[in-house]
Each structure stands twice: as structure tokens, then as C-alpha cells.
Write a protein that binds this ligand. Sequence first.
Ligand SMILES: [Zn+2]
Ligand SMILES: [Zn+2]
Ligand SMILES: [Zn+2]
Length: 91
Amino acid sequence: MTTTCAHVPTAAHAPRAPGCEECLATGGRWVHLRLCLTCGHVGCCDDSPGRHATKHFRTVQHPVIQSFEPGETWGWCYVDSAMLGPFPPLR
Ligand SMILES: [Zn+2]
Ligand SMILES: [Zn+2]
Ligand SMILES: [Zn+2]
């Protein structure tokens, strides 16, 4: 079963960075990575100290992320607070 919503972009934006952009810039550490499907921002999850994926949504209102962990295919819509997927794995 595939779960999607009206906020999912027709094509996922390619990742802009190999790791969380804010953590790479500040020397921070992350637990898991999330990709913004709208602009390709890579941010860290809510288990990470920086929570940069959620901060990215709060800052620019891009609604949908996908897990950037190897083999993971689930996504999340911040607007709907809903799990999405499966999407094609990003790596
Ligand atoms: Zn949505
Ligand atoms: Zn981060
Ligand atoms: Zn974005």
C-alpha cells in the first residue's frame, strides 16, 4: 500500500549535501538524516541535537521529507503529520 498526500512534489529534489547541512557547517553531530523533497535540503532527525530537518520545515515551510538513511523508503508530511511512502530509496 502506498500512502501519499497532496504536498508530495511530483519529483524528489536531488540531495544538496552528503550530511546535515547545518551540522556540517557548525561541527554538529546527527543521528539520522532526512531529505527535503522540495529543495534537496539534508537535515538531521528529531533524535539529533540540532533537529535541523524540523527546523527547515518551520523556517521555509517545505512540507515533505523522506528518510535519507540507506534503504529506507518512508516519508513524513509535516502539514498533515502523516507517514508517507514507500518512496524509491535515495541510496
Ligand atoms: Zn501533506
Ligand atoms: Zn543537523
Ligand atoms: Zn526544503
